[in-house]
Write a new protein. Sequence first.
Length: 225
Amino acid sequence: MENTVTIKAGSNGITVVLDGTKKFEEIKNAVAAKFKASASFLGDAKMAITFTGMELTDEQQTILLKTIGNNCQLDVTAFFDNEEDMKKAEMVRVTRELMKDPYLARFYKGNLRSGQSLDTENSIIILGDINPGASVVSNGNIIVLGAVKGTAFAGAMGNKNAFIFALEMSPMQVRIADTIARAPDEPSKSKAATQPSIAFLENDTIFIEPAGKNIINEIQLTEEE
């Protein structure tokens, strides 16, 4: 039963990997045992959830969700058919959280190609990529629902609390207020570069970290102060 059910907790939610070769009753019992054993670790966190590994009917999904609820204090906020849908929904939630700032935001839809530049007095949400050789300059924050591979300059008028968020952070250069961080000579091949990340300024140093809930809350607190 050890490998019948595996729990994978990520920044987007929880993925429950099921062994599709097992009968549903065995799956249900394994889910109950796994979440009961993990109850103290999971706590009462609010998480989205998805099942992978086997096709489930609506009734089976409902049974498994109820089984999870009966065996731990986890607050399941949403259920998704696949991890990609869960990731997209999480990005919507993160974007809403990030936009709780003092700047009015504008939207730009499309990819910025080499040689293109976008300047704005407001925070900006870009539905696309900033490609190498392209640049975005904002007096507020920059949120990219895509990849930053070019140049991103937030807090252009000196706002040190500004930040840059992207689904993929592999920039040629990022700048916040008067502080600049350039890409290394060798492009990063780490997993961190291809996951949602936030660039922010702390003690005159730009840090780029995975966009987890804790770091987002810390940035918001800094802004409010």
